[in-house]
Write a protein that binds this ligand. Structure first.
Ligand code: ADP
Ligand code: MG
Length: 307
């Protein structure tokens, strides 16, 4: 009986390992499915980054030909600067980041990095210079350490720890019984949106890319989490060319330029100060609406606390 129990146990172990493997493969296919949309040109060269300057010129794009999403978008993100894109949900903000990362190809116009069209270089080289912190980070069913180290597989334990600290997720990890060895994902620890985003930021800090794409989460984060994420993002975006899909006031205020996207075109552009001066403008009205929402929330809190 004992002899039989051991192999059965072993089979159980192998089965679990395979299942684990399968889930990751499924995740990979989900990612690949998006990537299959584009192919490297025969003999495509590697992207050569000098400063990391990004340029969108007359970019047109539609997922469905009957419904154009971007209708002639032009803007630059100069080397080392931060450009924030704001606008209503569904305006095409995340689409801009997907085009830069080349999950899809533009249908008209060009996107260049240091003068090289992203369609002319290998996807591998393009993606190696861009750090992407997406809206919804998918974590691997593996340890926290693995998920962070994914940014640079050769990184040492010390580097992984330092990246976690810089991303403001260190204290959270240290409080876990298994620390960096804790399993995350479907069969492990369920992390909140803010925690997942900080894991993605730690990953990006390790990768240390010259270009950053940040798609800030829209989900309501509490003020403290938001401040922690902001601090983490400030660390990673310093002196890097950054395209940020912005929801946080602090990001937008300090951006070198703000692009307001609406109905497929750039409705307004400028610095925070410039845009706020246009009192009947879209940007100014967005902030007054947000202020009202924040004030209403505060009033509600006061009412609850006085109960
Ligand atoms: P935003 O980030 O500004 O909220 P997105 O760029 O994600 O908007 O999406 C712009 C529009 O394109 C939305 O109407 C969205 O529903 C649509 N869209 C996004 N992804 C796809 C897709 N893979 N296939 C078809 N339509 C899509
Ligand atoms: Mg989006």
């Amino acid at each position: 009986l004992i002899q039989l129990a051991i192999p059965l146990n072993f089979i159980g172990f192998v089965y679990r390992e395979i299942r684990q493997g399968l889930t990751d493969i499924e995740q990979m296919f989900d990612l690949l499915e998006v990537e299959q949309e584009v192919q490297d040109k025969p003999g495509a060269a590697a992207l050569a980054v000098s400063d990391g300057a990004i340029s969108f010129k007359d970019v047109h794009f539609a997922y469905d030909p009957a419904r154009p999403i971007l209708k002639g978008i032009s803007f630059d993100v100069p080397a080392g600067k931060t450009v924030a894109v704001v606008g209503p949900s569904g305006a095409g903000k995340s689409t801009l980041s997907r085009l830069l990362y080349r999950f899809y190809d533009v249908q008209q116009g060009t996107i260049t990095i240091d003068g090289q069209d992203v369609r002319d270089v290998t996807q591998k080289s393009l993606r190696s210079v861009i750090g992407m912190v997406p809206q919804d980070t998918v974590l691997f069913n593996d340890t926290i350490a693995y998920n962070i180290r994914y940014g640079r597989p050769g990184a040492s334990d010390e580097e992984v720890t330092a990246a976690a600290e810089a991303a403001q997720i260190g204290p959270f990890i240290r409080h876990l019984p298994e620390g960096f060895k804790a399993m995350v994902g479907e069969r492990g620890l369920k992390l909140s949106g803010g925690e997942k985003q900080r894991v993605a930021i730690a990953r990006t800090i390790l990768k240390s890319p010259p270009i950053l794409i940040l798609d800030e989460a829209t989900s309501a984060l509490d003020t403290r989490t938001e401040q922690e994420i902001q601090a983490a993002l400030d660390v990673v975006s310093k002196n890097r060319t950054t395209l940020v899909i912005a929801h946080r006031l602090s990001t937008v205020i300090s951006a070198d330029e703000i692009i307001v996207l609406k109905d497929g075109v750039i409705a307004e552009r400028g610095t925070h100060g410039e845009l706020m001066q246009r009192e009947d403008g879209l940007y100014a009205s967005m902030w007054s609406r947000q202020r009202e929402a924040v004030q209403a929330e505060e009033r509600l809190k006061q009412v609850r606390e006085s109960d």
